[in-house]
Design a protein around this ligand. Sequence first.
Ligand code: PLP
Length: 394
Amino acid sequence: MNRIVYLDNNATTKVAPEVRDVMMPFFGELYGNPSSMHAFGGQVSKYLERAREEVARFINCHPEEIVFTSCATESDNAAIRGYADFHGPRTKVITTKVEHPAVLQPCRRLKAQGFDVVELGVNGVGQIDLDELRKELEGTQKALVSIMWANNETGTVFPMDEIAAICKEYGATLHTDAVQIAGKANVDVSKTPVDMLSMSGHKFHAPKGVGFLYVRKGTLIKPFMLGGHQESARRAGTENIAYIMGLAKACELARLGLESETAEIARLRDRLEKGILSSCPDVRINGDRESRLSNTLNVSFEYIEGEAIAYTLSDLGICVSTGSACASGSLDPSHVIRAMGVPFIALHGSVRFSLSRYNTQSDIDYVLEKLPAAIKRLRDLSPFGPDSDPTTFA
Ligand code: PLP
């Protein structure tokens, strides 16, 4: 394969060279265990605490409020299950239908265990109704709200300031899966008073296998991982120091580059969006164009399947994704796009383009050169089209 145009950065990102460099000594001479009594391990624990300070600076919290984890899936589980475990089944849990499975599945497990769990629906652009959130919180004694800061498929950004204010008003604890906002917009927990927040390194140029959970001082959860005193007894297991150093560097790079990088990424994303709208008929943009991540573009190409588009683009070296889950041989449409009420002809044809600081204008021009012909070819083969009988659409 010759050229690779990587537009799947909401799935994972390239490790930044600066991140790789800071990790290397911890695979070599700095191999001590940060929990050891001796000075050799002790020097590593100093790096660990410096990394914690850098991560804390990224979201403007106190370093001791950062718990390092292996990924955001672990952070989400630790927040939701840890909270439920501490506060018991009288806790009401409120989430949304468009969360990542790392939030949805722990919530559904709690429901099966007898907790009162509510999944809020979304409107056509993927936003929740804040009055519905208020209604669900009315009269609750103990509530955990878990709402993502930005959606991974559509890029829709939720009004976290308002959500946090509502949770405060009703005395509810707020957890947010902030995986997709990391490095794409400013996150400041002193201004947006969430109680717990999950992030994952590999979504912003650190390696896979490291993340963190922010736990505001005074928020009570039971540890999810048992068996050691690490992370102030909040997450057992020897800290993955090399990866934590990489995560801290990625936080620093994201913090310093935030404004200039997001502006350029948004310019490229908008160029792609404009190019697709002008060259491909029968498309619709999924998500909230008024409140959307700078790097994300989710497009439904009507009458064709997203998977066919993704495979065709893959043959051309262009990496994109769809929200469908291949389950037992059938392609289920994305639960996010479905929750938004997207009509059948567009439901199966959604494709997500997600950019990073490493994309160039030439990447976008290459996609705009190849995509329209690919779409036309697939539509010529499709049994569906604007003249199809709508009653044949399942
Ligand atoms: N939450 C969101 C919104 C995500 O997009 C992802 C990954 O796609 C995750 C959680 C899971 O992250 P990780 O791969 O670090 O477990």
